[in-house]
Design a protein around this ligand. Structure first.
Ligand code: NAP
Length: 265
């Protein structure tokens, strides 16, 4: 296990009650950090504390897609020496854009775009004031190319990659390590929910282990600006980079359309 001394006493992990965020919280606790676990559902946060951590860690119940939730996160962490922030909270949705509920689109944008920017601003200033730290943003392989039938989710994840890589350059001189973690399909609650929208038997994507995503992410922090966990995901990222954008969007569109459980008209 690496030495995370530089990243202070406390780590804030959003989406810490499930999947990739939960694994980040567990790994960081093993490395000696105190964790602030953030999500909307108090019961699952408490369950995570009970099952995987202990009462010396803290929970913040907040909907980060709202200004009130972001304010609560600010208020409840202000007195702590937070040196590392992992923004893993998120949701995904697949389907035809015009068939999609505007409410879902708004939630996708709020958690993946607005909350990402606000969390980076809020903690960026605090990390500068304490002399440095780390910020990990969780994106997705869907951020590498336009994804027809997951257009808003894919574009939001592309935003995270672009924004995060730009911040990594800007904040380096202030001793802040910014890392974009770009997982492929991963076995979590999100993939279970997505399987209600996409027939996974038609999508040749092996589902990786969320613990591996967290471990690979933490190993890359301070060493790279972005990381793609998993050999197969690296190959897919390489292929997306090699394909023309025209070909990539056509291929992804064909694949997802054929796999959608409810096909758009
Ligand atoms: N699983 C995959 O295949 C995959 C692939 C690529 C990228 N990713 C990305 O990885 C990240 C983590 O996803 P996951 O697979 O670990 O999903 P997950 O198991 O469904 O966990 C999502 C976490 O985010 C929290 N959350 C959702 N909306 C929130 C909100 N508005 N405010 C605060 N917390 C919120 C959830 O708790 P509450 O519901 O209680 O709030 C939960 O703790 C996401 O950004 C996702 O886009 C996932």
């Amino acid at each position: 296990m690496r030495d995370f001394e530089k990243y202070g006493k406390w780590a804030v992990v959003t989406g810490a009650s499930s999947g990739i965020g939960r694994e980040f919280a567990k790994e960081l606790a093993t490395a000696g950090k105190k964790i602030v676990l953030v999500a909307r559902t108090e019961a699952t946060l408490r369950q995570t504390l009970e099952d995987d951590l202990d009462a010396s860690h803290r929970i913040v119940v907040a909907d980060l897609s709202t200004p009130e939730g972001l304010q609560a996160l600010d208020d409840e962490t202000r007195k702590l020496d937070v040196g590392l922030v992992v923004h893993s909270a998120g949701l995904a949705h697949a389907g035809g854009f015009l068939e999609e509920s505007p409410k879902i689109d708004a939630a996708l944008q709020a958690i993946h775009i607005t909350a990402t920017v606000e969390i980076a601003r809020l903690f960026g200033e605090r990390l500068v004031n304490r002399g440095g730290g780390g910020l990990i943003l969780v994106s997705s392989g869907f951020g590498f190319a336009p994804i027809p039938y997951a257009a808003v989710y894919g574009a939001a994840k592309a935003f995270v990659i672009s924004f995060g890589e730009a911040l990594a350059v800007e904040l380096r001189s202030k001793s802040i390590d910014v890392l974009i973690v770009i997982p492929g399909a991963t076995k979590t609650n999100m993939s279970v929910k997505l399987a209600e929208q996409i027939d996974m038997s038609k999508v040749p994507m092996p589902h990786g282990d969320p613990r591996k995503v967290a471990r690979v992410g933490l190993a890359a922090l301070g060493r790279k600006d972005s990381v793609v966990p998993g050999g197969m995901n690296k190959i897919m990222a390489l292929m997306a980079g090699l394909m023309s954008r025209r070909m990539a969007k056509a291929q992804f569109g064909k694949l997802l359309r054929s796999a959608l459980i409810i096909r758009p008209s």
